[in-house]
Design a protein around this ligand. Structure first.
Ligand code: VGL
Ligand code: ZN
Length: 219
């Protein structure tokens, strides 16, 4: 909307800041290379106040979580196992509830966030997406309530940034598109666990109608 004080993203746009937590930063338990480099630009984007709604997410696992390699004797981090009929990557212990590595990173302002969604709290089910859990033992992917929250606030456009590009950002973007939002990933404000995944991630996102831009294009 030209001239809209809330624009250019617009009065109906939400910014989703995914899993900006110390455990995903260099030196953290599940370090994402260069994850720290996107802290300042995301903080700046939040401070510009151009999104009608800002939401942060936290990966928030109980100790002994099913996604931890330490919960699977004989396995090591980054092994892939089958869980409830789907592939599950086994991660190093990370983002354990209440630990310093699980907090919302101190370099981000808190004030802009209307909501902080915590995910991955079910000990037996992982949750990459901010919209719904991965599959549980019953084959369901239980919703976390974010789609309803955004819809009730009149949000039509969802912009995503944060970590990690190939897991929580990707799954969240796909679910946002499936929920009927117009979805944009701010590619330069994300970083992957596995940089070799970039081409596939782009292709998968574009296939479901997700727009990929650099934050400079927000202008
Ligand atoms: C994530 C792996 C495990 C993420 C969370 O935030 O992308 N990745 N848990
Ligand atoms: Zn996790």
């Amino acid at each position: 909307m030209a001239g809209d004080p809330v624009g250019p993203a617009g009065a109906h746009a939400a910014l989703l800041v995914v899993d900006m937590q110390p455990d995903f930063m260099p030196g953290g338990a599940l370090a994402v290379a260069e994850g720290d480099l996107i802290l300042a630009p995301i903080a700046a984007l939040l401070r510009r106040g151009r999104f009608a709604v800002c939401v942060a997410t936290q990966d928030w696992h109980p100790s002994g979580h099913v996604s931890f390699a330490s919960s699977h004797p004989g396995h090591r981090p980054f092994d892939v196992v089958e869980l409830y009929g789907h592939e599950q990557v086994l991660w190093p212990d990370h983002c354990v509830q209440g630990t310093p590595g699980a907090v919302l990173h101190a370099d981000l302002p808190r004030e802009p966030f209307a909501l902080i969604v915590r995910k991955g709290a079910d000990p037996r089910t992982d949750s990459y997406s901010t919209f719904r859990n991965n599959w549980n033992a019953l084959g369901e992917r239980l919703a976390l309530g974010l789609a309803g929250f955004l819809r009730e606030r009149g949000v039509r456009d969802v912009y995503l940034c944060g970590l990690a590009r190939d897991y929580c950002v990707k799954w969240s973007a796909e679910d946002a598109a499936a929920a009927g939002f117009r979805v944009t990933v701010l590619w330069d404000l994300t970083r992957p666990v596995d940089p070799r995944s970039d081409a596939d991630v782009r292709r998968d996102l574009e296939r479901v109608g997700v727009r990929i831009i650099d934050s400079a294009e927000l202008a």
